[in-house]
Design a binder for this molecule. Structure first.
Ligand code: HEC
Length: 468
């Protein structure tokens, strides 16, 4: 019954969505100017798109509540995961692509050769079989053009879809994905509250710092990095390591979108308004917006790293995940700095090697350690398959079997199933990586696997993973 209700509500949500999109297209077609000019960026379209997204998120949320604890739950979660992730990546590419492009423009502008008085510079480019000529104004053109393109929805939707993904992956399953009792035994709801609250706190602290004189000095980077590291430490003390990583990235991502929403777009609106009304333009507005946009530029690579690292336990399984995060933030931001310098034709010999050295240091520090006494001791005799199978059957199949008994995972995670000894042998390399090296399985050690058992698995794999 419940499945049909869910299906029905999904269909209704989808039809609603189609209806709104159609209506919007009609509105767009019948508008005489066709573009967003002057006044605000808050157009009918803007509001409606945001509404659509919220409606979809709400519909999905309702569906989730409906299928909770049924056979459909795992299936729906996977599809939500796929769809929301795809949206997040697509919007993110559009946003960061445009952002990289404009920072490149700024860096590569020809500012001296044949530049008219009112211009800051220009740039010739060839792309997609066509020649382009762009000009940047020092302040604003004498007359604001009728159709002016704004870049903002990419940013907003990246954040909204990212925030939704945080719910799909971490918050809906907070007890198993977010909270790790070995780190801190908090209730799932408290975990979600701390996570969401930390984004607000992060923004308030960062925005506060940006309003001080510090923002004009080089020390801002140092203080900003220290604050970011403090956040990494805080997350690592509260959440499971993997969740700590994604929260660090999501917090930085929130600052980036906050910069667009609260500073850059309002500054641009004020500039357009002043230019339209012919009132004098406050040059600090543009400067502030440019500074924030540069901060965003430096945060991009660390955020991308965090998103990718979530799929690689060797990055977050270190004993001090916050330190790894801090060093990687420094290294990746350093690479971006080098790229920026290069675009400005300012070569700097040590920035790239320094950044790469930092990143290599992480590879080195996170490498598995040589064995301890017990591991060596377990290896003196040949380990029979029956012993290995027994360990896996007591510690893993709660989740990794064709019919899991775990309270959260109703279908085998990532399709990994250990129903037979052959399954175990086939997946031995992954077992080595997740159980022995990174110790990220069993998830949050929910099934209380002992170190001795890990040593036995290791030994068995090193002896050739034979089916004795
Ligand atoms: C409480 C449930 C749970 C238990 C118990 C558990 N796992 Fe997992 N396992 C997961 C989840 C969830 C994922 C997917 C997320 C991830 O990769 O961290 C996963 C992923 C994996 C992967 C990665 C598969 C891939 O495609 O990369 C391996 C390997 C794995 N588990 C092995 C094990 C082994 C071996 C055990 C027993 C020692 C075990 N797991 C116990 C929940 C569990």
């Amino acid at each position: 019954m419940i499945q049909y209700v869910t299906l029905l509500s999904l269909i209704v949500a989808f039809l609603l969505l189609l209806g709104v999109i159609f209506a919007l297209q009609r509105v767009a077609k019948t508008r005489p100017d066709g573009g967003v000019v002057g006044e605000s960026g808050f157009t009918l379209e803007g509001y409606s798109y945001a509404l659509i997204l919220l409606a979809v998120v709400a519909a999905v949320g309702i569906c989730y509540v409906l299928v909770r604890d049924t056979l459909w739950a795992g299936h729906l979660m996977e599809w939500m995961n796929i769809v929301v992730r795809l949206m997040h990546i697509t919007f993110g590419i559009a946003w960061i692509g445009a952002s990289f492009y404009f920072v490149f423009l700024e860096n590569a502008l020809n500012r001296t050769d044949n530049v008219r008085d009112e211009l800051a510079g220009n740039l010739w480019a060839v792309h997609g079989g066509g020649f382009y000529y762009l000009e940047k104004y020092k302040l604003a053109p004498k007359q604001i053009p009728k159709s002016l393109h704004w870049f903002k929805y990419e940013a907003y939707f990246t954040w909204l879809s990212g925030f939704s993904l945080l719910f799909v992956v971490y918050y809906f399953n907070a007890s198993s994905m977010l909270v790790d009792p070995r780190v801190l035994d908090i209730s799932p709801l408290a975990g979600v509250g701390i996570g969401v609250g930390s984004f607000i706190a992060g923004w308030l602290i960062y925005d506060g710092l940006c309003r001080t004189e510090l923002v004009r000095s080089k020390w801002f980077m140092v203080v900003g990095f220290a604050v970011a590291t403090a956040f990494a430490y805080f997350y690592a003390e509260i959440f499971s390591a993997r969740a700590a990583y994604i929260h660090f990235g999501a917090m930085l991502g929130t600052l980036m979108v906050g910069n667009v929403f609260f500073t850059i777009i309002p500054a641009q609106k004020a500039m357009v308004k002043a230019a339209t009304e012919g009132t004098p333009l406050d040059p600090t507005l543009g400067k502030n917006a440019l500074a924030r946009s540069l901060h965003n530029n430096y945060m991009t690579l660390p955020v991308l790293f965090v998103m990718v690292s979530n799929h690689f336990p060797s990055t977050f399984s270190h004993a001090y995940p916050w330190a790894i995060l801090a060093v990687i933030t420094l290294g990746t931001a350093g690479v971006k700095h080098w790229l920026n310098l290069r675009e400005k034709h300012q070569s700097n010999a040590w920035v790239l090697p320094g950044s790469v050295a930092l990143l290599l240091a992480v590879v080195f520090v996170t490498a598995p350690k040589a064995e301890t006494g017990t591991a060596a001791a377990a290896c003196t005799e040949e380990i029979p398959m029956s012993r290995v199978n027994m360990i896996v059957q007591t510690r893993c199949v709660q989740c990794h079997s064709s019919s899991p008994t775990d309270d959260v995972f109703k279908s085998p995670p990532n399709g990994v199933v250990y129903d037979s000894p052959e399954d175990i042998i086939r997946l031995k390399d992954k077992i080595m990586q997740r159980v022995v090296v990174t110790k990220t399985m069993p998830q949050n050690n929910k099934t209380d696997m002992t170190q001795e058992e890990r040593d036995i698995l290791k030994c068995w794999i090193e002896q050739g993973a034979k089916n004795l």
